[in-house]
Design a protein around this ligand. Structure first.
Ligand code: ADP
Ligand code: MG
Length: 348
């Protein structure tokens, strides 16, 4: 089936860049989002403002599109599943269901013999207290967290009674890794034995928010190969179609762990717009729409900086050199800790 109109659920910055990539491939995009101020409405052909349980509006959206994808993983499984009965959804809702929950995600990884940080499911304060072997640890909500949101540092047992937790949510407690470095691998799978895989990207976080991404990552050959191999294994097992990102930790002993998987394009891959002949966004659209797979090659090394909160004001008035590429997500409201844009600098 030829795809000429693509529906994208979610209207954040990833939606902006997906819509841009689709334009290049002459695919029209319609964004569905529950945020009336979605930045992606400035980039897509059409924008539908709707709650994720408004059947009428969702049906209207589905009538107009040939295929559905999404740019964030926190969409209720029931919504995606319902949609998939009417229109094809890629990546498949079942995959998102596993990966949107930190507990099922880690169990899945361990079933592939892929190392994760030690963790345990937490349903009560008592559970927390009895797992002191994982303290100091990070308590994370199983679902809905991003940019460090929904996380509490448990530095000692004493702290447990002082924090406010809502056990209507499930949590995992995860051992804190003595980090040497963080990297990510972006991979696009087109089908069996058909991948385009970008080299590992080195990531620096500040306050649990991604600040800088760069290639090449300064890592050993072993880690370079193993991170790519694990990423392939993950997509194979999921029978994944589209772009996916695997986030890794490397500890002080050079041990590699998978931190988490995003079943979508990823912030650390923004630099691929300028460093490669085909970006992570274009590869995603090519894969899900069944377009030709083009060999993806690096043109140059690059470094991306996330522009957070009111830093954007300076960038909006700045002059850039030929090697600098500024992306403004055109978000209306500036908020602290909010990703407002990014700047990629290429090395020639
Ligand atoms: P999010 O969904 O918010 O991205 P992550 O689990 O990736 O959640 O956590 C965000 C960042 O916090 C990580 O990239 C890392 O820098 C830090 N972090 C998270 N878990 C751990 C851990 N177990 N040990 C050390 N640092 C961690
Ligand atoms: Mg993360």
């Amino acid at each position: 089936m030829a795809v000429s109109v693509l529906g994208i659920i979610g209207g954040g910055q990833l939606g902006c860049m997906l819509a841009d990539a689709a334009k290049k491939l002459k695919v029209k995009t319609i964004i569905l989002s529950d945020d009336i101020e979605s930045p992606a409405k400035n980039f897509a052909d059409e924008f539908i403002y709707s709650n994720y349980n408004n059947s009428k509006k969702i049906n209207n959206f589905l009538h107009k599109v040939d295929l559905v994808t999404y740019e964030f993983e926190n969409i209720p499984f029931e919504t995606l599943d319902k949609i998939s009965r009417l229109k094809k959804v890629l990546p498949e809702p079942n995959i998102n269901k596993i990966l949107q929950n930190r507990f099922t995600e880690k169990k899945f990884l361990n079933s592939l013999n892929i190392l994760t940080t030690p963790y345990i499911l937490i349903k009560s304060k008592q559970d927390l207290k009895s797992n002191f072997n994982l303290i100091p640890g990070l308590l994370k909500t199983c679902t809905l967290g991003y940019d460090g949101k929904g996380q509490h540092k448990i530095s000692s047992i004493e702290i447990i009674d002082k924090i406010n937790l809502n056990f209507e949510n499930e949590y995992i407690l995860e051992k804190i890794v003595d980090l040497k470095k963080e990297i990510s691998v972006i991979i696009t799978r087109f089908g069996r034995e058909k991948y385009e895989i970008y080299e590992p990207i080195e990531n620096l976080h500040e306050d649990q928010i991604l600040k800088i991404s760069k290639i090449p990552a300064e890592i050993s050959k072993e880690i370079f190969d193993k991170s790519k191999e694990w990423s392939k294994q993950i997509t194979d097992k999921l029978n994944y179609i589209g772009t996916l990102c695997v986030e890794f930790f490397i500890d002080k002993n050079e041990k590699l762990y998978v931190n988490e998987i995003a079943p979508r394009v990823h912030n650390s891959g923004h630099l691929t717009i300028n460093s490669h002949n085909i970006s992570q966004f274009e590869n995603h659209i090519r894969a899900i729409c069944g377009f030709q797979k083009i060999e993806t090659k690096k043109i140059c090394n690059a470094k991306m900086i996330n522009i957070i909160g009111d830093e954007i004001i300076i960038y909006r008035n700045k002059k850039f050199s030929k090697k600098e590429f500024f992306f403004d997500y055109l978000k209306k409201n500036i908020k602290e800790k909010r990703k407002m844009g990014h700047l990629t600098t290429i090395e020639e």
